[in-house]
Design a protein around this ligand. Sequence first.
Ligand SMILES: Nc1ncnc2c1ncn2[C@@H]1O[C@H](COP(=O)(O)OP(=O)(O)O)[C@@H](O)[C@H]1O
Ligand SMILES: [Mg+2]
Length: 389
Amino acid sequence: MEPRSVLPGAWLGLLGGGQLGRMFCMAAQSLGYKVAVLDPADDSPAGSVADRHLRADYLDGRALAELAALCRAATTEFENVPAAALDFLARSARVTPLAASVAIAQDRISEKTFLAGHGFAVAPFAVLRSTDDARGVDAALVPGIVKSARFGYDGKGQVRVATPSDVVAAFSAMRGQPCVLERFVTLACEVSVIVARNERGETTTWPVAENRHRDGILDVSIVPARVDAGVAARARDIACAVAEALDYRGVLCVEMFVAADGALLVNEIAPRPHNSGHYTIDACVTSQFEQQARVLADLPLGDPSQHTPAVMLNLLGDVWFDAGASAPREPDWRAVLAHPRAKLHLYGKAEPRPARKMGHVTCLGERLDDALATARAIKAALRIPDDLP
Ligand SMILES: Nc1ncnc2c1ncn2[C@@H]1O[C@H](COP(=O)(O)OP(=O)(O)O)[C@@H](O)[C@H]1O
Ligand SMILES: [Mg+2]
């Protein structure tokens, strides 16, 4: 049967108004689509570039009905979007990803249970639903990290624990929210693979990204990752297998730990484009956002090949503040753009706050070392701490 594509000129719907949605809007508009964004904020990164912004809660019946009437296909940029909103839209429109995939990724307990149940290696973990669970944990799981099952991101909702009694204290500090305890893994590095899969099971993956975090937040992605070819190939295979196990439709990020012996453990999955894939806009034939639109519209998948080595540097709100200052000032964008192969992306957020993702810079280079040198120079100019190896 011929696929029933939603062709350029039509409306696409998007749940969520953040920067991932903004970059999706821009890519979809570039292909000739109109985009309607449902997001409760007055002024959001995606709402301000969308062709229409429905300002309402994700479960607002009227707004969902309006979106359903306008759009033949809809997606999300926000993994905590209520599954009920996706299910409602799926009654009349093509929806990617499926609500079931989003529901698994929204909850660390279902995510880890799903991954382990399908044979993927994960860090040893235990589920904590009660104080008794916390009291009874296997001592082999510490030192570790207690993570809230829901609504954690950028290291939020996580507590490091060194002893079994720390686990009890950390669980009670989470005020009874279900959690997982994960054993602390000694990492050689962290990598991610972004995979796109359509409803016919065709998949593409981008090259492996090497991710470096600062204070639990992604600082830099280096692509291609400086890992053995065998590790990179296995990482891409794992990402495809996770997408297959989920019968996934859309763009999915699989974050992995590389252990000292080269073993790969799946850390977490994100049912959407990912911060570690922002470099694809400038360094690949097809970006993760264009691919998201292609899968959503059921168009042929684009070529994910990387044409230029890249280092993506996140710009957090911290960059707007001089040491000790309480009022922000505009960063020196001329110093960034003085590097002709640095591509600046700002998300249009009105208020810079420390740790808030405000934008990113993708540094391109003839060789990866050239891109790394540009990233170091930009970090120095913006006074971002630099431990780039
Ligand atoms: N079990 C672990 N062992 C070692 N480091 C970990 C472990 N779990 C998390 N981390 C570190 O914390 C970061 C954030 O944890 P993650 O589970 O990915 O949560 P988030 O949703 O905040 O990204 C990881 O990228 C990694 O650097
Ligand atoms: Mg993470």
